[in-house]
Design a protein around this ligand. Structure first.
Ligand SMILES: [Zn+2]
Length: 82
């Protein structure tokens, strides 16, 4: 039986401490949301492809930064270089 398809030809990078969400980008890279979880306002996102990051690092709630990180993942066409 076939299960999930592999969406990227690239190897998933190591998962950092505090990783809450990892989005795959349209370019095959990843956007990581890291922080302390639901009750914290100290989250950030970082793109492995284009090296962009959240505008106010470590100053956002998970419900808010989730949308921003997912939006970036839906637009970013940079491929991972490592
Ligand atoms: Zn990016």
């Amino acid at each position: 039986m076939r299960t999930a398809r592999i969406a990227s030809a690239f190897t998933e990078p190591e998962r950092p401490k505090g990783l809450q969400i990892r989005f795959i980008t349209v370019g095959g890279s990843y956007v990581d949301v890291t922080g302390a979880g639901h009750d914290s306002d100290k989250h950030r996102w970082d793109c492995h492809g284009c090296k962009d990051t959240s505008r106010f690092p470590e100053k956002d709630y998970l419900f808010s930064i989730r949308e921003k990180a997912n939006e970036h993942a839906g637009l970013c066409r940079a491929i991972p270089l490592t």
